[in-house]
Write a protein of this length. Sequence first.
Length: 380
Amino acid sequence: MRRSKEMKNIKKEIIEQKLDLVTQKLMNLGGPENEEELKAGGEAAGFFRRDFGIAEWDWPQGVGLYGLLKVMEYQGKEDYKKYLYDWFKGNIADGLPSRNINTTTPLLTLAELSRWYQDKEFEDLCLDWANWLMDCIPRTKEGGFQHVTSANGDRQGVRLNESELWIDTLFMTVLFLNKMGQRYGRQEWINESLHQMLLHIKYLYDKRTGLFYHGWSFNRRDNFGGVFWCRGNSWFTLGVLDYVDMFKGTLNPGVKTFIIDTYKAQVERLKELQGKSGLWHTVLPDPSSYEEVSGSAAITAGILKGIRYGILDDSYLGCAEKSVQAILKNIDKGGTVLNVSAGTGMGYDAEHYKNIVIAPMAYGQSLTILALAEALCLAE
């Protein structure tokens, strides 16, 4: 790891102040004030009641918890450790929802907590869930993890999304499986995580643009609407370097080069598509679509980490600094991250993504935390 040039126009104390505000808001995040208005739009506009706030066990909250975990690592503190412990104990005691791709997300943080606390309940749940991923989750052709999600309004139900691969799966599930494989020396889990990573790149990466489609259907044999969605792309930008990190130098050099080259090609195109404000549009190549902060924050965190690691050269510093400044402008006085799009199902055209409502979300807070935490490493 090398230290690159600093971002000269953003003061560290400003980032620290905003980071604390956003973190405190995340830990106390409730439902949106305009919930009835959002509800009227239904699923087509991104209304899934379980997605709001920090209390429920699902992917938005799981990404939120991961943000707390990572900011503790960045700052070398354990400020939020008890909060995380109590969150998991409370949810386990209350009863967990159905197992699927999205409800796996909180386990990425739980796997680390089980190591810290040596808590058998945590460890057993993580081990059992990893085995479930290997043996029980529905598969597509070529053995892909089918992107099964929670049923809307039913904690124990699932939506199968038959024969579909979604880019979200890499962050929501594959990171956890690799972490568990590395921790317990389970080569079959590590191998499966690599299989999933390479399979998703194979079917979702567009070699003409360097961007990722949201999904692939083995039934339809297409990428649905062929849309390059901002937050979908950001799951790869953000998660891929964390994935490679987990190997601690043991990843096959050829495979590592393939994965990193894919990342570099993606961020090269993302740099070109950055909006004038510093954010990215929710449909990346479509400037008529609204600028969206959660995806922009995850892209920013991934680019900043790439600069910090020396994977990206210093020509990306201006892009990163511009995006950090834009993110800071989208944090209100109470720490709420603004202009975050709600949960987004698979779309068959660009209008689907452009019509998703804006609302405070746990992942909006968390992805902003990750961007700001990375920015601290390069701030003056």
